[in-house]
Design a protein around this ligand. Sequence first.
Ligand code: HEM
Length: 494
Amino acid sequence: MTPEPFSPPGTDESMAGPPPGCPAHGIGPGGARRLYGPEAEDLGAVYEKLRAEHGTVAPALLHEDVPMWVVLGHSENLHMVSSPSLYSRDNRLWTALQDGTIKPDHPLMPHMAWQPICCFAEGDEHLRLRGAVTGAMSTIDHRGIRRHINRATQHLVNKFCEEGRADLVGQFAEHLPMAVMCEILGMPEEYNDRIVQAARDMLKGTETAIASNAYIMDTLTRLTARRRAEPEDDFTSHLINHPAGLTDEEVGQHLRVVLIVAFESTANLLANVLRVVLTDPGFRAQLNGGQMTVPQAVEQSLWDEPPFSTILGYFAKQDTELGGQRIRQGDGLLLGIAPGNVDPRVRPDPSANMMGNRSHLAFSGGPHECPGQDIGRAIADVGVDALLSRLPDVQLACEEDELRWRASISNRHLVELPVYFEPKPQQDVKALPGHAPVPSQRKDWQIGTMQSEPPAAAPKPQPAAPPRQAAPAPAEPARPKGAWRRFRLWWRGY
Ligand code: HEM
């Protein structure tokens, strides 16, 4: 296939585009497809059309018809992120920004405004800033964090377990990452509904987003000042005292990036995994039957529904070629995580189980590859396991097609995940790990064990799945109950 040349708007007579309401409305100047507007309601379908029309790298249009390449191929995405001599995250190189195609009030400007942080930095400056972040991360006690994730999960479940119903997005998936990140940063006392609300608000870009950002920055600036004066053994103190010598301004900005990236991505991941468990009987049966572990389920979700579907963006440092397309210096390219994950060359059968394979693009790759992926995975692994152990009979409390999503070019996330279950007593969160009651085993949270009716107030309960859909749980050998088992639970962070 010969890819069509991609002409920026203004260079082609087809500029006018079809009038609103025309069936071809998803096509803009130069014949490129739009990634916004009505067409963008199903971006996955748009990416497949682009793949069929152009191959692994396709021309497309962002809001206000700003041209952008979308990288759809798995290996092309990896090549791009791993070639810092050709492509940069520094959007000041972008021709569309330099020549005024992107106006200061462009809707994506909040996501694009350059800042002196590691995400946009390159070369030595990137090494300095990222080195401080990864250096501080290397001091995190991962077993201690897993224990904290488990305790935070128990605490959150205690808040709704007696009610027999909950919204697992608003009451769980959005809270757990924030609780864990506040602990990691060294400000557990700042974790509350307000900071969760502020982070959510910032990302939604509502009219109160600026005030919410100010609230979070104020919290982080106060934390920086406290730790500069009196360091402790936490991420913030290690970031401040790293030999890279970050200024207070740089420390505050990096705390904000870490907090917000971790919040958004991990909340999405938790909600996505739980939704599949609740809506796909085959998936849940595999978990219950032991054919799939929770970490494998998390990895599957990172393939199928990566928390960031694209990253805006990478920018060409010189004229080059990618996927058969001629890329000019200053062109912008969208890192296509979701389309790259379903590239038929790496996944001929997109419904196939990836069995824990980690070569998806969810964490990107190359010099900017997500440095927090172990923490994101730990929150999802421990959080989902602990929640399902507490609520083995949890069921979706609405029809699957009633679930609502909020979509943007960078991600698609659930607004709510209403569930019901048999009301449960609270559990002691503070008990020492070795003396904690042994959590019920996964064998219990299988389909078909749902005996109880949902509480009267629960909306539109789903009937329990018929027993024929359940994978027969293999007879488990009697488990050791002594010190070794307690040690193992402690070791895993319980
Ligand atoms: C499931 C959870 C997560 C996912 C899917 C995820 C994904 C990503 C992606 C796609 C990038 C952009 C890479 C690029 O520019 O090419 C990124 C960058 C980053 N992530 Fe994560 N992330 C997750 C969790 C976290 C957590 C928990 C932290 C912190 C504790 C974190 C910290 C960062 C930072 C600091 C960067 C910027 C790195 C750089 O530009 O050098 N992330 N992440």
